[in-house]
Design a protein around this ligand. Structure first.
Ligand SMILES: Cc1cc2nc3c(=O)[nH]c(=O)nc-3n(C[C@H](O)[C@H](O)[C@H](O)COP(=O)(O)O)c2cc1C
Length: 304
């Protein structure tokens, strides 16, 4: 008997719980030759801003033990080019597309959400709140519960599409952030984004990244991500999407036990562009081998 692999996140039905993480899978089309896009649960596109952005100077990626640091600087095509050039391809595939967005002010978040509200191929919005609010002294929306509340409330009011808020791990109290987003009307939460880190070149006595610091991702962050998903799952009722160092079906299944309804695969796409599909197949095999009829039965099933 084939296990039921489908899950639902904020009204978006996924054929399986495995999505691709923002910034690691382009706009989907780039990966079409390497992976069957109709075998993965959903595609999350690269973080989108109102205006195109060139990103940071290079070097902006470096490998570290068990992970990588990136300081891409949110390079993207901007919303006009996304709608004109990227959305038409996404219309042709039978897989939900969730658009990740960010702004440098509250108003930018609101404008992006209301423009995407008009784009039929967008199944939902993922709000990246790990950005500095330039109007308010650079304080990051994602590290202050009140700032997060305001941005989520604004986005919630600007679209009828499902709103997923992506949490930053660079906080002392992840549960306080999750509660603020839930109170402001988020439909789901995804966690975690990258952890701030740095790498040093001893020969040059210089930082490796031109930006000095970057975001750590990959297997090194998985234990932190699992812990945060587990804590948030016990504190808020919203569906959660687990992210952080998921390289295998085993990793993905662990996140579901911790309380995630779905997962996102990021850094693994750089090692194997078909990673998300392979992970979904491996999860299904685990269920079949263990006589589990429905993947939803694993959500939050950790015995602790
Ligand atoms: C090169 C790169 C670019 C990323 N760009 C974005 C982005 O634009 N928006 C965003 O919310 N997260 C971005 N992320 C974070 C990932 O979506 C993900 O949250 C993080 O990498 C942890 O998952 P992983 O360990 O599976 O990579 C980026 C990560 C990497 C490695």
């Amino acid at each position: 008997m084939k296990p039921d692999m489908s899950v639902e996140i904020a009204g978006i039905r996924l054929r399986n719980p495995v999505m691709t993480a923002s910034g690691t899978f382009g706009y989907g089309e780039e990966f079409a030759g390497y992976v069957d896009l109709e075998k993965i649960g959903a595609i999350i596109t690269k973080g989108l801003s109102l205006k195109p952005r060139a990103g940071n100077p290079t070097p902006r990626i470096v490998e570290t033990p068990g992970g990588m640091l990136n300081a891409i600087g949110l390079q993207n095509v901007g919303i006009d080019a996304f709608i004109a050039k990227k959305a038409p391809f996404l219309r042709t595939i039978d897989t939900p597309v969730i658009v990740n967005l960010f702004g440098n002010t509250l108003e930018e978040y609101g404008e992006l959400a209301s423009r995407l509200d008009q784009v039929p191929e967008v199944a939902g919005i993922e709000v990246n709140i790990s950005c500095p609010n330039v109007k308010h002294g650079g304080i990051v929306f994602g590290t202050e519960p009140q700032a997060a509340y305001e941005v989520v409330e604004l986005v919630r009011g600007a679209t009828i599409k499902p709103v997923i808020v992506k949490l930053s791990p660079n906080v002392t109290d992840i549960v306080a952030m999750a509660r603020a987003c839930a109170d402001a009307g988020a439909d789901a939460l995804s966690l975690i984004n990258t952890l701030t880190g740095m790498a040093i070149d001893l020969q040059k006595h210089r930082p490796v990244l031109a930006n000095i610091t970057g975001g750590l991702s990959g297997p090194a962050i998985k234990p932190v991500a699992l812990r945060m998903v587990w804590q948030v799952a016990r504190a808020v009722k919203l569906p959660l999407i687990g992210i952080g160092g998921i390289m295998s079906a085993t990793d993905a299944l662990e996140f579901m036990l911790a309380g995630a309804t779905a997962v996102q695969v990021g850094t693994a796409n750089f090692l194997d562009p078909a990673a998300a599909e392979t992970i979904a197949v491996g999860m299904e095999r685990y269920l079949a081998d263990n006589g589990i009829a429905d993947v939803k039965g694993l959500i939050g099933a950790l015995e602790a």
